[in-house]
Ligand binder design. Structure first.
Ligand code: ATP
Ligand code: MG
Length: 466
């Protein structure tokens, strides 16, 4: 009776609970000669974090995607650390440490070096759901998650076997609880536990399955794949912001086209994400749209694989462009003037998308800017080009316009003209203006106060990045 009462109290405040259960078995210890992880690929800061924790008497490991990537010989893009120290205990050990999250409390330890600051995410071993009490919705979805557990339990709550390995930089040993290394050799993506139950707990795992399959080139194990067709609709229950984050990760995985094909094969695209519907629609009408989106995604993949940045606003602007074009044309054929027709179409396109997954506001404003710049590339008269090139998001708009040229939607000569215009000195720019006048037969409005400065300031160094 009393134990029951204490259990209930502890459940109410998940922060104080340390689960006692450890029913998850011993891990396989894999020595360096078998896993062949190259220590040079490790983040020095992640190693510092594990050392500091270990010196303070705690267990600490690099975990998750970083170990998977290291074992694949890929340089991980970020490093997570798992420990038996609680978030408060972690926070006390580091100067720049911040507690974040509610549903899933973790500590961000920040290091300032030469380039960007590096954040190492430190999480405390979590207990298994069955021991975690009543933090689950009726559908089986996990709501809160701050019940501390053993390392074995922490491993069992992770998604795929290849994401559940722990690496200790001090001994250079990998602890593998679920046969992740063997699956790695078999190039198999396998969900830990009962896949259907795990998808019900967190439907986003279905999107993660598709993303990791695309990224690693691994096959989904048949039992891992099977329930997705039936459970895909559970993604409807996932909060829009979380869905957005996961779709963004998928699109920025460096294998976006493959991942989108994977979504289609898994039946996860229709209805759930209107944005993807038309991309994957293979009707004759959408051929041009597909070409544009395919090219944009190939361009994004190439940038990411070569370590360049990609702006999410740019990416979503490309994905929604075919839909926007359709709406724009429809408005124009109703007799609306060109620019109001475009702005009205932008509202429609964004509203349709928002009915499935809302795109965050800051990205939405980038998208609107890139789109509304497009007709301006065709106005090569008067002071317009000189003004356009000064706009803060010019580079993104220009890159976008080049994609339109590459698929033949816009005359490639216009793209070339702008490329020349950007590179030209003031005299060269004047010549180009004159050539545009002859080409189009327009009579430009006289440029009253033309800027003579070479507008290099309008050009950040790299493509669509921001
Ligand atoms: P990426 O390279 O994209 O960062 P990742 O595997 O590191 O891949 P994260 O989202 O950073 O993915 O998550 C870190 C780790 O946390 C995962 O490797 C996995 O062990 C665990 N994890 C993340 N999301 C889930 C989830 N929805 N369910 C179960 N475990 C998860
Ligand atoms: Mg990660």
């Amino acid at each position: 009776m009393i134990t029951k009462f204490i259990k209930r109290i502890l459940r109410r405040d998940p922060m104080v609970k340390h689960s006692q259960a450890n029913n998850t078995g011993a891990p396989k210890r894999i020595p360096k000669k078998s896993h062949r992880i190259d220590p040079h690929l490790l983040s020095k800061n992640a190693v510092k974090v594990t050392h500091t924790l270990q010196q303070a008497g705690y267990e600490a490991f690099i975990v998750g995607g970083a170990v998977r990537d290291l074992a694949l010989g890929i340089s991980p893009k970020d490093f997570d650390v798992a420990t038996n120290a609680t978030p408060d205990q972690v926070q006390r050990l580091f100067r720049k440490a911040r507690l974040i999250g509610r549903r899933f409390q973790i500590v961000h330890v920040t290091f300032f070096g030469k380039g960007h600051p590096e954040i190492i995410e430190v999480s405390t071993f979590r207990a298994l759901l069955d021991n975690a009490g009543d933090h689950v919705a009726e559908s089986g979805r996990i709501l809160r998650d701050n019940v501390w557990g053993s390392q074995g339990e922490d491993a069992a709550r992770r998604d795929f076997t290849i994401n559940a390995m722990y690496y200790d930089p001090s001994s250079e040993t990998v602890l593998d609880y679920h046969g992740g290394m063997a699956d790695m050799q078999k190039k198999t993506l396998r969900m830990i536990g009962d896949p259907a139950k795990r998808y019900r707990e967190d439907p986003v795992r279905m999107l993660r399955a598709v993303r990791f399959a695309a990224k690693t080139g691994f096959e989904l194990d048949s039992a891992t794949r099977a329930p997705i067709a039936k459970l895909g609709k559970l993604l409807n229950d996932v909060p829009s912001a979380r869905l957005f984050d996961e779709i963004l990760k998928l699109l920025m995985s460096g294998y976006s086209w493959r991942a989108i094909q994977g979504l289609k094969e898994a039946g996860l695209h229709h209805g759930l994400l209107p944005l993807l519907d038309h991309i994957l629609d293979e009707g004759e009408d959408s051929k041009g749209a597909n070409d544009f989106v395919k090219l944009a995604l190939a361009n994004t993949d190439e940038r990411i694989q070569s370590g360049k940045s990609v702006s999410a606003g740019f990416l979503f602007a490309t994905l929604l462009w075919p839909d926007l074009l359709k709406n724009w044309k429809a408005n124009s054929s109703k007799g609306m003037a060109n620019i109001p027709a475009l702005h009205d179409a932008m509202d429609d396109t964004i509203a349709t998308q928002s009915s499935g997954m809302t795109i965050q506001r800051r990205f939405e404003s980038d998208m609107r800017e890139i789109w509304s710049m497009q007709p301006r590339f065709e106005r090569r008269v008067g002071r317009y080009p000189y003004r356009l090139i000064e706009s803060p998001r010019f580079r993104a708009g220009y890159d976008f316009m080049l994609l339109r040229c590459a698929t033949g939607e816009l005359n490639p000569a216009i793209g070339q003209w702008w490329t020349d215009f950007i590179a030209a000195d003031p005299a060269g720019q004047d010549e180009l203006m004159a050539s545009a006048k002859n080409e189009s037969g327009n009579s430009p409005t006289p440029a009253k106060r033309r800027r003579r400065r070479k507008p290099k300031s309008a050009l950040p160094p790299e493509g669509a990045a921001s």
